[in-house]
Design a protein around this ligand. Structure first.
Ligand code: AHG
Ligand code: MN
Ligand code: MN
Length: 331
């Protein structure tokens, strides 16, 4: 067993940036803390009426909020605010960003999907949290503006996710590869369990909501037919695996090799997943692990965002598989 803890690892990484203020390290530490609290709640979700079921409200995107969406949102925002290190927070669950004016001197803003896969909470299936950190553009000492949040994904300084699965894991990057930490709930510590995570160049898993297949563009449909065919590169049909929590689907594919697709459809011409809270951080992790993330025609991290809750189609995962899918879209 590797006894390096997440706390030690974060401090060690900071040493590679001489003169750094340590603010980024402290942001990661506050995510770690909120993650522990949310993890503990999720583990007893079936017993806890205050976190199971619908909250009776809708978010800005017209989606039913679950009690745990609201709970996790609150936890992460409080934890991040409390340390005085972020001057702005945008969350999938809130209409607009929160300007943290008591921290006007902070350098960083953060974006979060506090609870990803919330339709899975009540049925005891893996869910997650996704986060993404950027340097602010507006001058230090002023109130953050929309421009601070509408930065392309390539400007991310850190991104990661927590997966609340058969165990809780935190996986993150600061642009020097990807590392994964598994939570030991007995002692309340994340240990480095997956150092230097590398995405296999290829695999035999495809992940897409099957009911979208007749409503997406022809190239995607043809690529899925390729995945299902004996004529593919593996000489036998790939396995279909779709959990319905992006974090869990991406995590499995990162470990095993695979491709995840959420395409544009007739009813959702920009796909479903959110560029700032879901696609950019997942794309940063994918690329840092040697994988790829694209809309089909453009690298996800090169998209210039034009609104906070913007959605984009996404194809992400093992490099060769994503490139193969792209070839069906451009021919
Ligand atoms: P969220 O719970 O944060 O709204 O995200 C749900 C997302 C994503 O996690 C998942 O991959 C996708 O929605 C599933 O959508 P479908 O049910 O349309 O397949
Ligand atoms: Mn989500
Ligand atoms: Mn969510």
């Amino acid at each position: 067993m590797n006894f390096t803890t997440l706390g030690e690892f974060i401090l060690d990484e900071q040493k590679h940036f001489p003169g750094s203020s340590g603010d980024l390290s402290s942001i990661l530490s506050s995510i770690r803390l909120a993650g522990k609290i949310v993890s503990q709640q999720i583990n007893k979700a079936g017993l806890a009426k205050h976190i199971i079921g619908a909250a009776g409200s809708e978010n800005i995107q017209g989606e039913q909020q679950q009690k745990l969406d609201v709970y996790a949102d609150d936890r992460f925002i409080k934890s991040l605010r409390a340390r005085g290190l972020v001057c702005g927070i945008a969350s999938e669950e809130n209409d607009d960003f929160v300007a943290v004016d008591e921290n006007k001197d902070a350098k960083y803003i953060i974006m979060i999907d506090p609870l990803d896969g919330s339709s899975n909470i009540d049925v005891n299936v893996s869910v997650g949290t996704i986060f993404s950190v950027y340097r602010r553009i507006s001058p230090v000492g002023t109130t953050v503006t929309t421009e601070d949040f509408l930065q392309p994904g390539r400007e991310q300084v850190a991104a990661g996710y927590i997966i609340y699965g058969s165990s809780t894991m935190l996986v993150y990057t600061t642009g020097n590869g990807v590392n994964g930490f598994t939570y030991d709930p007995g002692i309340g510590v994340f240990f480095l369990s997956h150092p230097d995570m590398v995405s296999p160049d290829s695999g035999s898993i495809y992940s897409m909501n099957d009911s979208n297949i007749d409503y997406c563009q022809r190239g995607i449909k043809r690529y899925i037919e390729y995945c299902r065919s004996e004529e593919n590169d593996k000489g036998k049909p790939y396995s279909a695996r779709y959990i319905g929590s992006l974090v869990a689907d991406f995590h499995r594919n990162l470990l095993r090799g695979g491709i995840y697709i959420y395409p544009a459809t007739q009813s959702a011409p920009n796909g479903k997943l959110r560029l700032l809270y879901e696609c950019n951080p997942i794309a940063f992790l994918a690329e840092q692990a040697g994988g790829k993330a694209t809309t089909g025609v453009q690298r996800i991290m090169d998209i210039e965002p034009n609104e906070l809750h913007q959605r984009v189609p996404i194809i992400v995962g093992s490099k060769d598989m994503v490139e193969k899918a792209e070839s069906y879209l451009t021919e």
